[in-house]
Design a protein around this ligand. Sequence first.
Ligand code: AMP
Ligand code: MG
Length: 499
Amino acid sequence: MTFAIHATPDLREAEVSAEAPLAWRNRFARLGTAFYTRLQPQPLPDPFWVSRNQALAREMGLDAQWFESSMALEALTGNRTLPGSDPLASVYSGHQFGQWAGQLGDGRAILLGELDLPAGGLEIQLKGAGRTPYSRMGDGRAVLRSSIREYLCSEAMHALGIPTTRALCVTGSDAKVRREEIETTAVVTRTAPSFIRFGHFEHFSYNDQHDELKTLADYVIDNFYPACRDANQPYAALLQAVSERTAHLMAAWQAVGFCHGVMNTDNMSILGLTIDYGPFQFLDAFDPGHICNHSDTEGRYAYNKQPNIAYWNLFCLGQALLPLIGEQEQALAALESYKTVFPAALEARMRAKLGLTDVQPDDKALVESTFKLLASNKVDYTIFWRRLSGFTPQRGHEAVRDLFFDRESFNAWALHYSERLAQVDTGLRADLMLKSNPKYVLRNHVGEQAIRAAKLNDFAGVNTLLAVLQSPFEEHPAHNDLAGFPPDWAASIEISCSS
Ligand code: AMP
Ligand code: MG
């Protein structure tokens, strides 16, 4: 079945609700009850729309009228069941901050099911729709602040070309929950081909449930990594494929200056997607050791540690898959490619940011010297790259130079860079750089301003930010303020795990 088309514009809501506007196939639900608990979301009183992502709705082929309706509002808050959905919370485990944490699971995420779209399956999950058997001490809810951050950032990442879960909408309610203070709740509707994490594999492996481990691995291979099926050792091939996707993801994060903040193995997607947006941050001033999570006192998840942490997490995945792979050497060999794919992918991304359209042996050294110069001058990362896109060797480059207090070091670097650019076509370079260096990223202070307004029921800022972040490489002259330096108060924003 495809999507219902509502031809009459004045269709009454009762008729809209009579239609099942979505086609479901719910493959994860067919894995069996060892993998999840079926349950219904818990309603929230008087829900209201905070923001709807029309671009994603169109991609999903959602009926536009349905997406405007109170039925959609109720369904996407968890107050009404969508016919054909099969709501469940999945069980997983994981390593948190380097320690085995045992059983976790969807403590506040409820998978409604999987839509059958022309482009493939797409799972829909409500985050913050009530307690589940895996909520532990949690209340199953998410606050408005963190829901807006996840909504905006996942769409920003998607538009930046970085693999990620996506977000269809945020709904709010005046229902209150306690965090550091009392806050109101919200629900984010998020989508991904699959929400399976490294921690799902760890769960069945640590509990010696090897049949379930195999079922899960086969499900992932058959649906998401079909080429692995033809390998001599499909499970080692899966580990290698996940390692490579994760390597590409880390290269993308490092190049754009994104810190995730909580890279626990339960927050690592088996599809190599950015998942579980919590205390994330795009770097303001370039500081390689930057820690964006106020709760991460040891700096385990600092910006410059992310690529190694991803490898550590892949090692955990490899251990979890060992009962299927059999030979430890094969598992270790499958992880090896991370060590070559990550640096190559990072270098390719940095070369594009520098506008280098060809490959030269010294490019690696140029990239390294650029990082070093940015760090020693604490230069604003996003603004530097965007301004560099207008760099012309023949002319003065005040706009870029002004970002550095150590002008001599900058001049030496600029001379070296200009020499390298002599071999590059100027038009091609400018084009490549403007497509590789976003003008807009979701800086903490920019998100914070939209959140403060949203707490007062003014959602215009959220919607404006969404629109701008959906085309981050374009100029938006009316919104230059969203691309400016962080104000002094931005340094005092403390983002912890609390959400
Ligand atoms: P996170 O650090 O957000 O990845 O969460 C770690 C685990 O705690 C996951 O299993 C979450 O589902 C769970 N969790 C976090 N916050 C809540 C909450 N408010 N209610 C229930 N479970 C939660
Ligand atoms: Mg999580």
